[in-house]
Structures are given as C-alpha cells and as structure tokens.
Ligand binder design. Structure first.
Ligand code: AMP
Length: 216
C-alpha cells in the first residue's frame, strides 16, 4: 500500500504520517526532511537549495524527481510508502505516475488534511522539532514535557522557514500549485478529505479505519 498525505504547511502531515508509518509498517518519505538532510550534510544539492527553502520556494522538480526515483526503485520499500509533502505540483504528480508504472507500483489512497490559514500560522510559529528523536512539539498546543519527551528541551529547534513571512508564502504556494493535484486524485476516486483541526488521535482513528478497510 502506497499513501499520499496532502495538507498545507502545519496541517499535521508529519505527525499523522509518523503514526501511520508505525501502525502499518510503512516507510515515510518526507521530501522536506530529505532536503533538510541534504542541507545539514552540506552536500552539493544542500548548498544549492538552502536559500530557496528558507524563502519557502519549491525546490526544482529535477532534484525532487531524482530523490523519489531512488526511493521507488528500492525493493524493500516497494508498495510500502507514505508520501508526506510530495507531490507538490502537477509535474511532480505526473512524474510520480510514470515512476509508479516503471517500478510496478500504485497509489492506494490519498488523504487531504484541511486546516484554515489562521490556525496554520499559529501552529507553525509554535512548532518545535527534536533533533534527537525527530518528534514534533508545539509551544501553544503540545508542550514538550518530561513525561511525553525523555530527550528534554535542549534538542528542540525551530525550522528556519517557520517564520510568518515564509509561512504565508508557503501557504499561497500550496493553494496555487498543490491544490490542483488534489482534484487530480479526486477524479481517480482515491481522495479522502479530513478535518485537520480535530484532535490528533481522532484524525488518526479516521485514517486507521480507512486504511484498514483498504487493506481488507
Ligand atoms: P515541508 O517540510 O514539506 O514543509 O517542506 C519544506 C520546504 O522544502 C518547502 O517549502 C520547499 O522549499 C521544499 N520542498 C519540500 N518538498 C518539496 C517538493 N515535493 N517539491 C519542491 N519543494 C519541496
């Protein structure tokens, strides 16, 4: 089963995809995480994309397509993928179709997490990621405590693109470039829309039921 998770920045894609990955033994592909990793490791690609990502602009399709082909061609991940933050525009979606055919795979289901702009801004401005365990916390909605986070607060960082100006740009990019692809998957009868303002557990419960029915 391959899954796509859509939603504007801050919709909760990272949190939900982590839950899905664990429960359904899938492999998560967050293109944002892969790109941040390139920057962290100061690779050739990383040096090229740092300023683009800091402004919230989409990285070139060539770079993304190469990253995705590497993953789709890996046997152990075959039909076990959950895409978080990919595809981001119609060209990427079409290229994904070509690659899926090439590696004899398909998309089983597409989720879209819907959240309004005001809530997104608040969520993103409060977002903190632990560099040690990768878990995501929030200053307003989900504080890191001794109980829920043994690493403590010292590894918590804010993303350099999580500022108000960049959030607005990323949101507009989502509406312009990414929303049209959702229509594309709707026509293929693969789309499930979810209210991303609900509690995290409730959203995951809905996702779990849908995926269980698809697996059955
Ligand atoms: P994310 O972690 O998904 O919020 O993505 C952070 C940033 O990484 C975006 O604002 C883009 O600059 C870049 N990015 C992530 N995924 C993609 C993608 N599929 N295509 C182009 N750029 C991407």
């Amino acid at each position: 089963m391959n899954i796509i998770l859509f939603g504007p920045p801050g919709a909760g894609k990272g949190t939900q995809s982590d839950f899905i990955t664990k429960s359904f033994n899938l492999h998560k592909v967050s293109t944002g995480d892969l790109l941040r990793n390139e920057i962290y490791n100061k690779t050739h690609i990383g040096n090229k994309i740092k300023s683009v990502m800091d402004k919230g602009i989409l990285v070139s399709n060539e770079i993304i397509n190469d990253l995705i082909e590497t993953i789709l061609s890996t046997k152990k991940f075959s039909n076990r993928l959950i895409f978080d933050g990919y595809p981001r525009n119609l060209d990427q979606a079409k290229n994904l179709d070509i690659l899926l055919k090439k590696y004899n795979q398909k998309i089983s289901c597409v989720f879209s997490l819907n959240v309004n702009k005001e809530l997104i801004i608040k969520r993103i401005l409060g977002r903190q990621t632990c560099t040690k365990c990768g878990n995501i916390f929030n200053e307003y909605f989900k504080l890191s405590t001794n109980k829920n986070h043994p690493c403590g607060t010292k590894y918590l960082i804010k993303r350099s693109d999580d500022n108000e100006k960049t959030i607005l740009y990323r949101y507009d990019t989502y509406i312009d470039k990414t929303l049209p692809i959702i229509e594309y998957y709707k026509k293929l009868n693969l789309l499930y829309e979810l209210d991303g303002t609900m509690e995290i557990d409730k959203i995951f419960n809905k996702i779990r039921h849908i995926l269980a029915s698809i697996e059955a």
